[in-house]
Design a protein. Sequence first.
Length: 547
Amino acid sequence: MRIKSYTILLTLLLAISATAQTAPHFGGQTWWNHIKFLADDKLEGRDTGSRGEQEAQKYAVEQLTNAGAEPAGVNGFYQPVKFVSRQIVEKDCSLTLIRDGKREPLTLGEDAIISMRVMPAPEVEAPLVFVGYGLKVREKNYDDFKDVDVRGKIVVLFSGSPSEIPGALASHYQTAAERWQVLRAAGAIGTVTLINPSSMDIPWSRMALNRAHPTMDLDYPLISETEGAELAVTVNPASAEKFFAGSGHTFEEIAALGKDRKPLPHFPLAVSLAAKTKVELTKVESANLVAKLPGSDPALKDEYVVLSAHLDHIGIGEPINGDRIYNGAMDNGSGSALVLDMAASFKKNPEKLRRSILLVLLTGEEKGLLGSKYFASHPTVAPKSIVADVNVDMFLPIVPLKLLTVLGLDDSDLGDSAREIAQSFGVKVQPDPEPLRNLFIRSDQYNFIRHGVPSVIMSVAPEPGSPEVKIFKDWLTQRYHAPSDDVDQPVDLAAAAKYEEIVRALLINIANADHRPEWKPDSFFQRYAESGKPAPKIPTAPPTPLH
């Protein structure tokens, strides 16, 4: 075994060294040219199912065809996906705190937002109880509900997790499906989420700005991941103290503990919450795009390495500095452009691939990872033939590439390969430096993971303690999910090109390896590969009618 392991490692290192020493395949400019098309105002922000997204899809199909990629969807390159859109009618909605019989209205947008990720009941009134982080993690014998009664109540929780729960585990149990499974079993009827001020990607003013923008769900007859939930509310940290009056605790106290991931108390609040809601439903259709770069090994060509990126963005929203088009240049024109650039590079510089590479441009990511949820449940190739997913989402080449964050770095041997390849290009690698942001569950790789597929997502990172840290912080504050994420922003084309080289080398490494990637025995996500039943399959029967 020792000799075999040494031989495999030597082969990998030689292949990596050879890859790093060849002439570069990318210069950054063709990548940027794709972004200039995808993020043009004419595409109106590529909202899911919109005309702009359709134009982006046509462009992508044209580029994939020119690159010689084979159609691998259901209808050529297309895999149709159906959605139902939910839009709040805010003028007919209200939230009210009730304390000692006195009613205190909350201002929607200023104090709180009613989330459309849950289909709300028209009217709800229930007591509130604070449940800390609102988590139940069996692996760590951690339970925020063991000492509180939440039956028939709305739980108030603080976003984040305690330090005793590892990042990947904490992220998993904060997904909508896992969280609501616990809450429903405990008898809760809804949630109020208090945002951790120390981990906010964008300021509240921008979070609230597009609160009336439609939210979507897959329009197929399946059991909803949040079935039984009657209300979901997110609260402005500046207004959170209103919920704690008379409880013996303050939000300031809770936020100070949560900032350092310390244990939080659990206690009933001295208020109830009443809500009235009205929602309009419409049907929307879009599609994932799927293309194939065929492998040549008779025994392995029907196995697939997925390179994925989402093509959709937010669309047209409320204006910021007079601009209403949320162009999505980095999020995720950058990843979509990489997929197109990658296809062209394999045509220009062919590689003898043993396994096939599947290029997947996904829809509905901004609506809750919906396109990947559908594709992972209904892949256009045999489900067990997908050996890995390398997902590319907003990799932010806004500084020189010296450090690469790899989410999933320690979960499978994909992380080992990514580390070795990056180092061969002179790039250091780090795991998730910000576990409170839950990034590993916030992009499309997570749906592949839930189906047992080893996955990684990588991004350019600032060097700790350098001025680059502020550059990234300012980008999130000013450009993330804002109209200013457009083509009039500084990017480092050399960093983008080096990132593309690393992705290309990783794809080749996976495609040509003797063995498919494997989860590490101590990875939390190993359970999905072992179970064989990672996530419920979405039925293919006709969608349900609107009511």
